[in-house]
Design a protein around this ligand. Structure first.
Ligand SMILES: NC(=O)c1ccc[n+]([C@@H]2O[C@H](COP(=O)([O-])OP(=O)(O)OC[C@H]3O[C@@H](n4cnc5c(N)ncnc54)[C@H](OP(=O)(O)O)[C@@H]3O)[C@@H](O)[C@H]2O)c1
Length: 303
């Protein structure tokens, strides 16, 4: 029987952080950080409301929690918001990571930093952990800068780069990109999606379980968390529509030349999940199995 360990999770009002808080079982004493209200009452799970940009408040919570591990999910994750509000994005995405890395270093706490497939330039796809990043937008610049801070720690760190995350938020009615797409399809009967952007989507429950497994493990370095299917967004959305019981014919290919896009996006940032499959017990899934898992977990959420 594994002993209980102390865990701090940031960004728990968000899509990924909320799933981590939900999936952290009795093997963890979890403190969930958020700017908002507590979202799930359960033994071994405590919520702390704070502005994560307040360095002293963050250090105070860290000291009180005395965590064995931190899973750092909080970020401004919207590519276009980062492009428009570059200083704020830097403070949240890089500055907070810097503070957490310093705190973790002092205590010897394990830091699991959640990064993104978007650090790559998208020219080749199938990216390995050893491939060099090539950020195309400010969001990606901030994530690469934060990765470097974490990887400068002498020990006990992991940079977990995730692919596009699938499924619905477990703890809130907040947004996930597929949830938004399905709502539009349901309300308008038609949705145009780019066939050019290629991803290797992972469902949010598998991602949360993998992050928790990594928080308990001992290896350090980079790891790519991605599903087993590599496909373009158009195909992905059609297949998701079937799972959501919506008409897949309503999903049509978008002509990207006719649409005003915001910050530049990489084309093919599919990730190789070979290292994750070799190191982790948490199985990486294909698109349908991942959606199935996240939808059935969402149905079972006790709030
Ligand atoms: N979703 C994806 O497809 C995807 C793909 C690749 C990588 N990622 C990475 O995964 C992580 C989680 O992303 P997500 O999809 O869960 O995003 P999300 O739903 O937007 O959640 C991010 C959370 O970060 C916290 N946060 C955001 N802005 C903040 C601010 N100004 N001050 C303080 N806290 C702030 C918030 O937590 P509270 O509401 O609790 O305060 C927010 O809910 C991010 O690091 C992102 O880069 C996500």
């Amino acid at each position: 029987m594994l002993g209980s360990r102390r865990l701090l999770v940031t960004g728990c009002g968000g899509f990924v952080g909320g799933a981590v808080a939900h999936e952290a079982g009795p093997g963890w004493e979890t403190k969930a950080l958020t700017r908002g209200p507590a979202l799930l009452r359960r033994p071994n799970l405590e919520w702390r409301t704070l502005d994560i940009l307040d360095e002293r408040a963050l250090a105070g919570v860290f000291e009180e929690a005395a965590p064995d591990a931190v899973i750092h999910c909080a970020a401004i994750a919207d590519i276009d918001v980062c492009e428009r509000e570059q200083d704020k994005a830097y403070d949240v995405n890089v500055g907070v990571t810097q503070t957490l890395a310093r705190l973790c270093r002092t205590r010897g706490t394990r830091l699991v930093y959640v990064s993104t497939d978007t650090v790559f330039d998208g020219a080749k796809g199938g990216y390995l952990e050893t491939d060099p990043p090539g950020p195309l937008n400010w969001y990606a610049e901030t994530k690469v800068a934060a990765e470097r801070i974490v990887s400068d720690m002498p020990q006990n760190w992991v940079v977990a780069r995730t692919s596009l995350v699938m499924g619905l938020p477990l703890l809130t009615n907040g947004v996930s990109s597929i949830g938004r797409a399905m709502r539009i399809l349901q309300n308008e009967g038609r949705l145009a999606v780019s066939p050019r952007e290629i991803r290797s989507p992972i469902d949010v429950v598998t991602l949360a379980r993998a992050l928790l497994e990594i928080a308990r493990a001992e290896f350090k370095g980079y790891i790519h968390l991605a599903g087993n299917d590599v496909l373009n967004r158009f195909e992905m959305t059609r297949r998701a529509a079937v799972k959501f019981g919506l008409p897949q014919d309503g999903v049509v290919p978008r002509d990207d030349n006719e649409v005003k896009v915001g910050a530049p996006r990489p084309l093919d940032v599919s990730l190789s999940n070979a290292r994750a499959r070799a190191l982790l017990k948490t199985p990486m899934l294909g698109l349908e199995a991942g959606l199935e898992l996240s939808l059935s977990t969402k149905k079972g959420v006790a709030s």
